[in-house]
Design a binder for this molecule. Structure first.
Ligand code: KG4
Ligand code: ZN
Length: 330
């Protein structure tokens, strides 16, 4: 079946067309219009500006994505995200569904991130599995005992890990978003030169905390204005990766999972990918990560999540779907 995915939860206007069945997946197109250059000027995302830019971009990008194709299903991000951004994508999807009589399904953005590896590695994974979702707004460990049944076993108690990358980059005047910039500078630094804490690494639960780590960086900069930025980036990245990796494998062992999945913007981080992959190999877990191009927000992952949830799709969804800025996966 051919599925149109629509994603506007944050600052990317995205539309994608995929063709998928139980045996294969084909990404016909995956269009992403980033607003980063606009928000960069403000050092972060300005919701009002994001929504206006979505309004300008949404129709042309959907038209281009559909082309001459016949669509069997429309899949749209319903939440979580910025409410005014979500509404642009959702209202457009509802209108299209109503006008063209195409079934519509609303998708949780985190579920879309979780299965984004499937866009290029279309395998059935062994269950139970553990999912680590790391993005600008979320840091969650999800246990999957059965397909589509999720259990939240850990989450951040304050900042999301991507948010911590962004805030540290802001403290260092490096620009936005911080993750890609920090990880690039970290390559030139040495993480042993500067000591940083690993908050909650040895706590008994599977929760995270990244705001204290960011505050430690803030004080270090205040006390040493000439601090080596590359070393600081490397130390910060290593501290964040250590905590994520430690908790993920502690959970994997406790819940006796067979597979570990990673997804979300921060899963583009090379150090995180490598450390998870190597440890998974060592302790004999199957490990799945999305291609780098599918780690950030995109609509192909939303289209695929629509395939997983196709039973929930209906011609009447347009009457009842509402945007949910705090939508939970579990
Ligand atoms: O999933 P995403 O594109 O948007 C949300 O749903 O939040 O994630 C964006 C986050 C940002 O905080 C960005 O700094 C972070 O992902 N990020 C990275 C890297 N690339 C993007 N963090 C660490 N290392 C990276 N290479
Ligand atoms: Zn995202």
């Amino acid at each position: 079946m051919k599925i149109l995915g629509i994603e506007t939860s944050c600052d990317e206007t995205a539309a994608s067309l995929i063709e998928v069945d139980d045996k294969k997946i084909k990404i016909i197109n995956n269009l992403v219009l980033s607003q980063i250059d606009i928000h960069n000027k403000y050092g972060g995302i300005v919701p009002e500006v994001a929504a206006r830019k979505h309004v300008e971009a949404i129709i042309p990008i959907i038209e281009e994505s559909i082309g001459n194709n016949k669509i069997d299903l429309i899949s749209v991000t319903q939440g979580p995200g910025l409410i005014t951004s979500l509404q642009v994508g959702l209202q457009t999807a509802k209108t299209l569904s109503y006008a063209k009589h195409i079934p519509l399904v609303g998708i949780n953005h985190l579920e879309a991130h979780l299965w984004s590896f499937k866009l290029t590695n279309y395998v059935d994974i062994k269950l139970p599995a553990l999912g680590l979702i790391v993005s600008g707004g979320h840091t969650e460990l999800i246990l999957i005992k059965k397909m589509g049944k999720y259990e939240l076993i850990g989450r951040t108690r304050d900042d999301a890990v991507g948010e911590a990358f962004d805030k540290v980059a802001k403290l260092l005047n490096l620009g936005f978003p911080g993750g890609p910039i920090i990880s690039k500078l970290a390559l030139k630094g040495n993480s042993d030169e500067i000591e940083l804490p690993r908050p909650m690494m040895h706590s008994k639960d599977f929760d995270f905390s990244f705001s204290g780590l960011k505050t430690s960086v803030k004080y270090l900069i205040k006390e040493n204005p000439k601090i080596n930025v590359n070393n600081l980036c490397s130390s910060f990245e290593q501290a964040a990766v250590d905590v994520l990796t430690h908790k993920t494998f502690k959970a994997a062992s406790k819940y006796k999972v067979k597979s570990i999945i990673i997804g979300g913007g921060v899963s583009a981080n090379n150090r995180l990918r490598e450390e998870l992959k190597n440890k998974a190999l060592k302790f004999k877990y199957n490990f799945y990560s999305p291609e780098i191009e599918h780690t950030g927000d995109n609509a192909a992952m939303v289209a695929y999540a629509g395939y997983i949830n196709k039973k929930a799709a209906s011609l009447k969804s347009y009457k009842k779907l509402t945007a949910q800025s705090n939508m939970k996966l579990v």
